[in-house]
Design a protein around this ligand. Structure first.
Ligand code: ZN
Length: 483
């Protein structure tokens, strides 16, 4: 029996094993050249070779399938699908000195023998690779049909937005896409219909969308701010119904993604399973909730940590509807399993529904307790806080009885509460002074800091201690700690 007559899965498995073996044996690095500064200008500059670093993952994959691509058409097609399944496009940064380096990397050991390497300064178009990819997919659509993941990084100009959209439009089987947020600002309605690919009848609808944002240099920011393209999300044809995962990451000052954008998405984004809004302060709790409500029946993972860098500081909660109770809303999401949120208020109701599927680590960052205002005194707040911690403990105990793992971490009033261990981590130096040294009765050093598990980020913030929950609440009652 001929090897090509084997079932497709078996043949694919054999080729994959061969590729992995090739990768392990192949060359994994590349060279660069440095130029020695010479005291006399008349002397020719001398180059020194150095190992520039590891090859990119794409190069390694391409090299590893080199021999497979040359065997027969069937193997060639397999290798193309392996190589083009994931395409990463990065902007070329910095100047490059071209080394007279062979493109056949297995011949690198011959290059080692050249004791006087030569090289020339070389300009490289920072968008060159993106342009090439676009040309390749346009001229050979069979290569584009293998692409399932596309990832673009560092491209924020109008020209590159067009190229990105053109590449995306070529890849009809695309499932995972990560693009700069400028795509939302400069692309038209048809571009977005193509990108989400929900009802075009060709290929697959998009499964996961990531929008990343950064602050731009002046000229690029100016160009973006002067762009007058209407918001494509306002058009009913832009349909997010097929999208399962949405991630919005990174802060920007220039036409950032806002609550209004999320509210427009929420009109159709009714089947999201994962929503992740991280590291940005332009979306408020109200914007996040618009999407949570739209996908309430399907949402499994929710991460909303607007400014992880800022530790306990939170963004404006946004314009929440009158009488809206976020705890109740979150506790009644039927499919929710993984929750990490920053909310304006929290109370024991967050833990009242024992039918939730929550598992793993649950993080809640809150500014105050539900129903408390500026005139609420410390004692009332302490009682309500105690109820939150007790409710969290009751839920964890219930999950344990069902042999499920759940741990709760509450970030509140500048401290981190671990209800399972009945411990509170924080900086209690002032409370110690206020109690004239009578408090705390027992303390232990803490490895946590204002930035959570990651500690203090090397900043000089003073050291944290851990005290028992009872001690903490007692200090509140005695006004040594203000809540
Ligand atoms: Zn509440």
């Amino acid at each position: 029996m001929h090897i090509n007559d084997l079932p497709q899965e078996l043949l694919s498995d054999i080729l994959l094993k061969a590729t992995k073996a090739n990768k392990a044996e192949g060359v994994g690095y590349t060279y660069g050249l440095t130029q020695n500064l010479l005291p006399l200008p008349s002397e020719a500059p001398k180059f020194t070779r150095y190992v520039r670093g590891p090859l990119s993952a794409e190069c390694l994959r391409w090299d590893a399938t080199d021999s497979i691509r040359q065997t027969c058409k069937q193997w060639h097609d397999w290798a193309l699908s392996y190589n083009f399944e994931r395409v990463f496009e990065r902007r070329w940064r910095g100047s490059e000195r071209w080394a007279d380096l062979t493109l056949r990397r297995p011949k690198y050991n011959l290059y080692e023998l050249i004791d006087k390497p030569k090289g020339f300064p070389l300009y490289r178009d920072p968008h060159g690779s993106l342009k090439q990819t676009d040309r390749l997919f346009a001229s050979l659509p069979t290569t584009a049909q293998h692409v399932q993941r596309l990832w673009f990084n560092g491209f924020y100009a109008a020209e590159t937005d067009k190229l990105i959209l053109s590449v995306v439009a070529s890849c009809r089987e695309l499932q995972y896409l990560s693009v700069p947020w400028t795509i939302l600002r400069r692309a038209g309605v048809n571009d977005w219909v193509n990108l989400l690919n929900a009802h075009t009848g060709v290929g697959k609808p998009l499964h996961s969308l990531e929008l990343t944002a950064v602050c731009l240099p002046k000229d690029q920011a100016h160009a973006l701010e002067n762009d007058t393209t209407p918001n494509p999300l306002e058009d009913a044809r832009v349909d997010f119904r097929s999208l399962k995962r949405l991630k919005i990451f990174g802060n920007t000052l220039h036409k950032p993604i806002s609550d209004e954008d999320l509210q427009l998405m929420a009109r159709t984004a009714t089947n999201l399973e994962c929503l992740d809004i991280t590291n940005l302060s332009t979306i408020s709790v109200a914007g996040m909730l618009a999407l949570v409500k739209a996908s309430a029946k399907t949402l499994q993972v929710l991460e909303h940590s607007p400014r992880s860098d800022d530790g306990f500081y939170h963004p404006f909660p946004g314009h929440l509807e009158e009488g809206e109770h976020v705890c109740e809303l979150l506790a009644n999401l039927p499919q929710m399993r993984d929750l990490s949120i920053s909310v304006p208020y929290v109370c024991a109701d967050l833990f009242h529904n024992h039918d939730v599927k929550w598992a793993g680590e649950l993080q809640v960052r809150a500014i105050d307790i539900c129903g408390c205002g500026s005139d609420t005194n410390s004692q009332v707040r302490a009682d309500k806080l105690r109820r939150v911690l007790e409710a969290a403990r009751a839920m964890m105990a219930l999950k344990r009885r069902m042999h499920q793992e759940l741990s709760v971490e509450l970030f509140f009033a500048g401290c981190i509460f671990h209800p399972e261990k009945k411990l509170v981590h924080g900086d209690f130096a002032l409370a110690e002074v206020a109690s004239r040294g009578r408090w705390p009765f027992d303390k232990q050093p803490s490895t946590l800091g204002p930035y959570g598990q990651s500690g203090r980020y090397g900043k000089d913030e003073g050291f944290w201690d851990a005290v028992s929950e009872e001690d903490y609440l007692l200090a509140v009652t005695n006004h040594w700690i203000a809540l």
